[in-house]
Design a protein around this ligand. Structure first.
Ligand code: ZN
Length: 672
């Protein structure tokens, strides 16, 4: 549930290789766009495009502009939630950096700049993913000396208090501590709980609030900081005239302006409820807002803004401030609608025993969106999908919105051009060219077919227990959905439906799938370990099975060149037939609940790793120096005014770099 963050552990499937915007022929435009903005430590910062912004109406563009202003206005709240010294340290480091007039090539200055880039990326002094404190690569003497040279108004009064927080590795070492057996609140450096509050006190406090018979409970603690007053636990609520009042007031101000440009009454109602929630801090009102939001599926423009995900709280209660403004990608959503609309044809023609097919099949239509602004916990590190709201009872009673941010995935994909991955692992220039041209579109179609049809296809024979495959159930279910997608990706039907413009395009996804399943996904496995994760097991199961069954006809080979292993596909037509054959067998196993056959497939093909090949993949990958974590700078939106000073339109530009953007945000959106 919730937002799935694209941590992209170095070469996650689907994003390992490059393309040129698929079949749309806009490669020239893409080549002019510089996706990579900055590279430091374990981070690469990218830029994303907002295709289609120009095709919106001026009203929609102005609406997005004010929603974007509301989004960034909450920035300081996340910094403060992440640690109570974060804003003071940010001020200090930014001021020293900006005022610095010494040699730029000194180790101290370079260390300071690196530290600045790291804390701006993490919205605080702890790594955004590991939550470990950054260790500065500049000296304390250097910082003290430079701070002393600042004008009085910029020199921090509490420098002595800040220095150990910055330099002493034992002070506030981890933002979120999850180690069993310790007081998770006392040992976590986040600022969701005041100093002196213990885990036992907080748990007792919430136990007293929660009514276990309530079928529609509010999300307790979502928008509060826990403190102690006169020895008693109190909640400090994020609201107007409460905690973070200045930030929240600025958000409300911009939401109110946005409301005048909303597309319809329903959307206006969503914003009105959000404003009411920010004014009162009422969690009941937040639930009303969430229901109104999830039920608004017709508006073109959409956004989230609030305290959403609770990964930053070791007890999983308080939400981190976050906002994403977006609009529906009509072309890509058309793709998923066409697939869902033809669900019956795909089911009737699948290579499985007709006894195991569904008589009636309803495809699931997923929405594809274009992100327009990323803020708070989504900036700079960004999710590639959204699945909200988080409250279970709202999801059950009112549904959830599940969307993918295709302009973000496209930016990842484009930026991977030239990272050396294809040159290292793909067998020849011809295949690299094929991937460049068709991997992005076929990868997206693979996901669409997997999600919209694959999981929805097939049926169990009467009386078969849906959990008959037990521990292997999720691996085999992913296998089934992937095979359904792979099989149809090569079908002329996709060209007929206008989803692909070249009958050979599927070969790009076939090659990537086999390369990943046989070799490159191993870079995510520690030496000596088995494959455990269900999606990774599924991919190796498929790849190894078709490899083995194709051996008599030499369908796929592993060839050695200069001591390096390469995947070579000799017969794509036979490969497709093998995918179809395995799909038939997996569907039989599922429909009949044949646990023994399912277990045999998983044990024989999905789990074990060839240690020699594994070692080779790890060595080759480590030499590529690909950043494990990626994030984004935002585009810049500029309002256009008429002679009377009324806003008439908004333009977008993509020229701002990473440090200039975060320094500008700190200045222009300073609220706390
Ligand atoms: Zn799946």
């Amino acid at each position: 549930m919730s937002l799935f963050k694209s941590i992209i552990p170095a070469g996650a499937a689907g994003l390992i290789t490059a393309s040129c915007g698929g079949s749309k022929g806009d490669t020239a435009a893409n080549n002019d766009f510089d996706y990579t903005v900055d590279r430091f430590a374990d981070i690469e910062v990218l830029r994303y495009k907002v295709p289609g912004f120009e095709d919106l109406t001026p009203q929609q563009r102005i609406f997005i502009y004010y929603l974007s202003e509301a989004a960034i206005a909450g920035r300081d709240m996340l910094w403060d939630q992440n640690g109570r010294y974060n804003l003071a340290i940010r001020d200090l480091i930014e001021n020293v950096y900006t005022a610095y007039d010494g040699p730029k090539d000194s180790d101290d200055f370079k260390g300071l700049e690196l530290y600045l880039k790291q804390i701006e990326f993490a919205n605080g002094i702890h790594h955004h993913y590991s939550t470990d404190k950054f260790l500065p690569r500049f000296s304390q003497e250097f910082l003290v000396e430079r701070a002393a040279a600042l004008p009085d108004s910029l020199r921090p009064a509490n420098l002595d208090e800040l220095l150990p927080v910055i330099f002493d590795p034992t002070v506030m070492p981890k933002r979120v501590n999850q180690a069993q057996g310790q007081d998770l609140i006392a040992t976590s450096a986040n600022n969701l709980y005041a100093p002196g509050v213990t885990q036992a006190e907080v748990e007792a406090y919430y136990a007293g609030l929660k009514d276990t018979t309530d079928l529609s409970p509010v999300s307790w603690g979502l928008n509060t900081r826990i403190a102690k007053e006169n020895g008693r636990i109190v909640e400090q609520t994020y609201k107007v005239d409460g905690l973070y009042s200045a930030s929240i007031s600025r958000i409300i101000d911009n939401l109110s302006k946005a409301m005048q440009y909303a597309e319809n009454d329903r959307q206006r109602d969503v914003i009105a409820k959000l404003i009411d929630y920010y004014r009162t801090g009422s969690l009941k009102t937040f639930d009303d807002y969430s229901i109104a939001w999830v039920e608004d599926t017709d508006s073109r423009v959409d956004f989230i803004n609030g305290f959403i995900e609770s990964y930053g709280d070791p007890l999983g209660m308080t939400g981190a401030y976050e906002s994403i403004v977006n609009f529906k990608n009509l072309e890509a959503s058309h793709r998923t609608e066409v697939i869902a609309g033809n669900a019956k044809w795909f089911e009737d023609n699948s290579p499985v025993d007709p006894r195991f097919r569904k008589d009636e099949v309803k495809g699931v239509s997923a929405k594809v969106i274009t992100a327009a602004i990323l803020a708070g916990d989504s900036y700079p590190a960004t999710p590639i999908g959204i699945n909200l709201p988080n409250a279970n009872w709202i999801r059950a009673a009112h549904g959830s919105k599940s969307v993918t941010l295709e302009n973000i995935t496209e930016a990842y994909d484009q930026a991977s051009h030239g990272n050396g991955f294809n040159e290292e692992f793909v067998i020849d220039a011809e295949t690299i060219d094929l991937l460049d041209k068709y991997l992005f579109i076929t990868d997206n179609l693979h996901t669409d077919l997997h999600e919209c049809l694959g999981h929805a296809s097939g049926r169990l024979l009467p009386g078969v227990d849906p959990d008959a495959l037990r521990a292997h159930g999720s691996t085999l279910e992913e296998t089934r959905a992937d095979l359904f997608a792979l099989y149809y990706l090569a079908d002329p039907k996709l060209v007929e439906l206008g989803l692909l413009d070249n009958p050979d395009a599927y070969k790009a996804e076939y090659y990537k799938f086999m390369l990943n399943g046989l070799m490159t996904q191993l870079m995510r496995i520690e030496p000596g370990c088995d494959i455990e994760e269900a999606h990774m097991r599924n991919r190796q199961l498929i790849a190894k099975w078709v490899f083995e069954k194709g051996e008599p006809d030499n369908v796929i080979e592993l060839v050695k060149r200069d001591g390096k292993t390469f995947v070579k596909i000799n017969d794509y037509t036979k490969l497709r037939a093998l995918f179809g054959q395995l799909l038939g067998e997996i569907q039989r196993i599922k429909s009949e609940g044949d646990y023994a056959a399912g277990e045999a497939l998983v044990e024989n093909y999905a789990v074990k790793v060839d240690p020699e090949l594994h070692k080779e993949v790890l060595e080759r990958y480590s030499k590529l120096n690909i950043a494990p974590y990626k994030g984004f700078v935002n585009p810049v939106y500029t309002p256009v005014f008429d002679a009377d000073g009324n806003i008439t339109d908004v333009t977008v530009s993509y020229t701002e770099d990473y440090l200039p953007q975060v320094l500008r945000y700190s200045k222009e959106y300073r609220t706390l």
